[in-house]
Design a protein around this ligand. Structure first.
Ligand SMILES: [Zn+2]
Length: 82
């Protein structure tokens, strides 16, 4: 399991905000094979700011949902590319 860090803003989630943040299971979620240690595919942590938006996109794969959320929230980062 990954440490709890928001997939969108890379903020460490601590106990203070755990009530509003949490894990979201996406369409491409796959359980880890028995005996394997790691972070399951299609499962992501989100902070209180992004958790509800992420949950509303759980009909997408995690990669698509994260891409869409970053597009919605990260307006400043796209212009600095290229
Ligand atoms: Zn966040």
């Amino acid at each position: 399991m990954k440490p709890p860090i928001c997939e969108i803003c890379i903020k460490h989630l601590n106990e203070d905000c755990l009530g509003e943040s949490g894990l979201v299971w996406f369409k491409d979620y796959q359980d880890l094979p028995p005996g394997m240690v790691g972070h399951p595919k299609g499962l992501g942590w989100f902070c209180g700011q992004h958790f509800k938006s992420a949950q509303s996109l759980n009909n997408l794969s995690k990669a698509d949902a994260v891409r869409q959320l970053k597009r919605n929230y990260g307006k400043s980062s796209s212009s600095s590319l290229s």
